[in-house]
Ligand binder design. Sequence first.
Ligand code: FRU
Length: 477
Amino acid sequence: MYIKTATFLLCVFLGSVSSCCVNGRYYPRYHLSPPHGWMNDPNGFCYFKGEYHMFYQYNPMSSLEAGIAHWGHAKSKDLCHWKHLDLAIYPDQWYDQTGVFSGSALVENDVMYLYYTGNVNLTDEMPFEGQFQALGISTDGVHVEKYKDNPIMYTPNHQPHIRDPKVWEHDGSYYMVLGNAYDDYTKGQIVMYESSDKINWQEVTILYKSNGSFGYMWECPDLFEIDGKFVLLFSPQGVKSVGDMYQNLYQAGYIVGEFDYDTHSFTILTEFRELDHGHDFYATQTMKDPSGRRIVVAWASTWEYAYPERADGWAGMLTLPRTLTLTKDLRLIQTPIREIDQVFRRRLYSGKASAGKTVALPDKAGKVELKWDTPRNIKVVIESQNECQNVVISYDHEDGTITLDRGGDDAIRRTHWDPRGHLKWTIFIDASSIELSCGDGEVWFTSRFFPEGVVSVRLGEDTCVDKFTVHSIRRTT
Ligand code: FRU
């Protein structure tokens, strides 16, 4: 209790400090970031009483390290403008004392059920290490009460790495998938559970597992249906890079299959595909909203890099929410949520353009679109006064590769783009992030960069586009 009150008071203090003097040089203008402190995975993404809620892994005490995870909380009517709410879940019980780890939300009859992992590390006082699944309940969408008989699950056969519950309902039964490491922390797998009452869970199957060549631990699993097929989305740790693939420390990607709720059998139809090819995309979370959209968000940072924002009292941001659809050949397409267009209030340029055309983005934020009618090479440079932070994105249409170069160490990310429909790129720039969507959303790159001063977009040499459109987030004055 004492810890909770002290944390609360510290957060109120830090909150008021950060809102009046947070250094805005890298702070996102239209993406969700913590008001101060550290953010990693999105959690408990849901729609509740007319509003979207986003929880996230949060260390309110420091932006320098993940520390002991809490659940931060924000809500939004349109997925673009977020209101920060009080810290939602504290690590104040024996079963979550070293972290209220990631999890998901189930909304039923105007009640929010928040499933999370309670993490317990070995310490001098605690001669035990393990992960428990626990439940928090909210009826007002603000206050979360921990369930009286928590933890609701302890699974001795899968310890000590079994976490990140994703829960959903189907035909009156409840299902949960958990990420797990087995065989002495050498292989990842996803375990599935079923319940008739949301509290008591039985293991029903190992949905999918690594044979040893695909990572030592799988985090943040999710299983959902699109057009009669099932997408298993997860974040494997420890996958070795192969050519341009799996270049990040950890990946986030999916396989598509058929799932039978009666037999719990999952038949795999595709190989694993990365959902994003940039430097910063991990720990995805999806939800289905009342209009039937399956929306995905991810942590747009990684465990890998110590970005300079940490010195400004905050760390971490989420990606733009993107709507997922499945193509006939079982590839996920990500479309930026349609609501995002309202953010870009002022058109700075629209028309044909060729090499050298440069448009400055007020407030370091905006949306850039390029369209071309016939196949050709394309190059765009996002530049600032700090040249070593320039981002160069280029497309070689003959070998079909897109390369994003953000300079510095480990600068390059590359993948193949085989345009299926429109020849176009949409680039979202937000103070310290770039999200590039290629074509109709078949290929994405999310990467962080840290520009100083004015940010401009310039068309590179030999580039000529039929339509170049640049919007800023500022109103016309
Ligand atoms: C993924 C992850 C989760 C865990 C959380 C802890 O980034 O490692 O598996 O629940 O972060 O913050």
